[in-house]
Ligand binder design. Structure first.
Ligand code: SF4
Ligand code: SF4
Length: 412
């Protein structure tokens, strides 16, 4: 029987109805596996399904069925539907398993579902509502004042930064207000590598939390503001140490907004580089010298927004393998089959217990490798995994790769 669209108030979902309809309900996305002459991998990859153990929560299958049901009127909006929608972290693990043409629209579908909840009288998680109500005023989701955004930067360093430069270091909200250790390590690293960069006081949130929770209208204002910064400061590129900022600046800013969305974000005329890509490039060119070693066994956590979303898997590993003394060991679930830290998609703010429970699963997996250090290149992953390490009273240490590099490198 053909599905009849009865609801006309769900513009975001209706625009991708044809794609959503391509879901065959095969269920491939509920579990991760790869078999072949050289592969023999099988593991649960969906943190949401792992936690809630019910069909609607596992992988994209349930969400595609929910989207069709809501559009047809066969399923009514409810707090329960909102819970299914908001506990999806948007990690993209299910996307890797899908082999139909809905594949490229799955992340968009999760966000479109979240977008529709804002128009319905349903329970959006309180933590998400809270930061969303002040982000226009504060320009960050941490309820902090915008004028304190550069408080992490010591005056002694700030005075040495040029007014205009080739790169703008886009710090991001988490490193600016919470993981200041990563912001500081990045600035010191870039200075040691003699990179021509500056930090700007009028950086606003990159809009990742807004986009990932379906708040396109508010996000547009942030994107339009930030994309003017390179020209204002004579820069040709943003450099960032945050996986979420990298995904947003390099993918969301560079393309049109969700297909069919009438208000265009506009194309951006600048490059976006993750710090780890810059370091990898300098190592390849022989421009970096190591002054010391890092004698530890280290395991690398792939941030979803850098790995599955932006396909950057090798750069961090290439850099880690170049560090004297460092031994890199992989977790069973890695690269495209990585397991999320549990922080994204509005989940850390919206469902803190579920978020930390997911991070604890990841830390246990890291412990099983025998490594003493978990490393990543995302302040938001750093934060959630670090909280899980504390909750577990684990002996593991959380370090961003910039924190490992900064004390032991210099430019040749
Ligand atoms: S995006 Fe991640 S959390 Fe959401 S359904 Fe897919 S695997 Fe599960
Ligand atoms: S989203 Fe893809 S993998 Fe999942 S049930 Fe639908 S067609 Fe199958």
């Amino acid at each position: 029987m053909a599905l009849v669209l009865k609801r006309t108030d769900m513009k975001e979902l209706a625009q991708i109805y044809d794609r959503i309809s391509m879901c065959t309900q095969c269920g491939n996305c509920k579990y991760g596996y790869e078999y072949g002459p050289t592969e023999n991998f099988a593991a649960m990859l969906c943190p949401q399904g792992d936690k809630y153990q019910f069909e609607a929560y596992r992988g994209s299958k349930g969400k595609a069925a929910l989207a069709k049901g809501l559009l047809s009127g066969m399923i009514q909006w409810s707090d329960k539907a909102a819970h299914v929608i908001y506990t999806c972290i948007g990690c993209g693990a299910c996307v890797e398993m899908c082999e139909t043409d809905i594949k490229d629209y799955l992340l968009r579908m999760f966000e479109a579902l979240k977008s529709e909840t804002w128009k319905q009288n349903v329970a959006i998680p309180e933590g998400v509502r809270k930061w969303s109500s002040t982000i226009r005023e504060n320009r960050n989701p941490y309820l902090e004042k915008h004028e304190n955004r550069l408080d992490w930067l010591p005056a002694s360093i700030r005075e040495t930064l040029p007014k205009k430069a080739e790169y703008i270091y886009f710090v991001g909200c988490t490193a600016s207000y919470r993981q200041k250790n990563i912001a500081l390590a990045t600035v010191k690293l870039l200075q040691k590598l003699k990179v021509d960069f500056t930090v700007v006081p009028d950086e606003w949130c990159c809009a990742s939390p807004l986009l990932r929770t379906g708040q396109y209208d508010v996000a547009k204002e942030f994107i339009e503001h930030n994309k003017e910064l390179p020209e204002k400061y004579g820069a040709s590129a943003f450099i960032t140490t945050c996986a979420g900022c990298y995904r947003t600046l390099s993918i969301d800013y560079q393309k049109d907004p969700p297909e069919g969305y009438t208000d265009k974000f506009g194309k951006a005329n600048f490059k976006v580089i993750h710090t780890i890509q810059l370091v990898e490039d300098m190592i390849k060119k022989g421009e970096i010298e190591f002054e010391g070693s890092f004698n530890n066994v280290v395991t690398y956590h792939d941030p979803c927004h850098l790995g599955r979303h932006a396909k950057v898997y090798d750069s961090p590993r290439n850099v880690l393998q170049a560090i004297p003394g460092l031994k890199l060991v992989e977790m069973y679930r890695s690269k495209k089959f990585s397991f999320c830290c549990g922080a994204g998609g509005g989940v850390r703010g919206g469902y803190p217990d579920y978020s930390i429970e997911t991070a604890i699963k990841r830390v246990r997996e890291a412990e099983s490798t025998g490594a003493s250090v978990i490393t990543c290149v995302c302040p938001f992953c750093w934060r959630n995994l670090s909280d899980a390490i504390s909750a577990l009273k684990s002996s593991m240490k959380m370090m961003d790769i910039t924190e490992i590099l900064e004390p032991i490198v210099k430019k040749k």
